[in-house]
Design a protein around this ligand. Structure first.
Ligand SMILES: Cc1cc2nc3c(=O)[nH]c(=O)nc-3n(C[C@H](O)[C@H](O)[C@H](O)COP(=O)(O)O)c2cc1C
Length: 185
């Protein structure tokens, strides 16, 4: 199973780094598997820790992949990494094993601390649509253009029917990215 998360790590200069990443669930452990090159990869390899932030604010998925990486953070409790200030729950991760790979290394992590900050108030289909579109936005050079367009048309239905202001803002950022991609083709 893969959980779509917002991972926060610390850059070499101490500033926070925020990236959406799918975490692989393996028993009680979580595996971080970034493709090279990746700032997240460099940070996790150096510090051997990260924070996973569970949030339904899908701007955190659309923002970083459209150049909006400046989100409020604060220090985690037990690992030298930042966490999002606004997550529903955050879990602090320590790397317990590294499987190196030329393309996609794997960092097996153990949860050393988990704190819930706010309640989960239910699914919105538009949230899933934004997450899917954010993934598409990171794969524009890899996927067939017709496939991207047909998936976007389908995802738009959930946006039109169910989105609130947060999902609409996130969708707007992604739509700008897709418009620029179309214009460049
Ligand atoms: C929902 C979602 C899941 C993602 N999962 C991964 C992943 O598992 N591995 C990966 O390398 N990139 C993944 N990406 C793309 C990264 O967020 C993106 O490439 C980012 O720039 C990572 O690079 P960085 O570590 O240099 O910031 C995902 C993007 C989204 C929107």
């Amino acid at each position: 199973m893969i959980l779509e998360s917002i991972l926060t790590t610390r850059n070499a200069d101490g500033t926070p780094h925020i990236a959406p990443l799918g975490l692989h669930v393996e028993g009680d452990d979580l595996v971080i598997a970034p493709f090279r090159p990746s700032r997240t990869l460099d940070n996790v390899a150096r510090d051997r820790c990260a924070v996973v932030n569970w949030t339904t604010d899908v701007r955190l998925f659309a923002g970083p992949v459209t150049g909006r990486r400046d989100w409020p953070t604060c220090p985690a409790d037990q690992v030298p990494c930042p966490r999002l200030s606004q997550a529903l729950t955050h879990a602090e991760l320590e790397v317990i094993a590294i499987q190196d790979d030329a393309q996609r290394p794997r960092f097996r992590c153990r949860v050393v601390r988990e704190v819930q900050h706010a309640p989960f108030r239910g699914f919105v289909r538009a949230q899933a649509a934004v997450v899917e579109a954010a993934i598409l936005a990171t794969r524009l050079s890899l996927l067939d253009a017709d496939k991207i367009e047909s998936e976007l048309a389908y995802l738009q239905i959930a946006i039109d029917k169910t989105a609130g202001p947060i999902e609409r803002e996130a969708w707007g950022w992604l739509s700008e990215t897709f418009a620029a991609w179309r214009a460049a083709r």
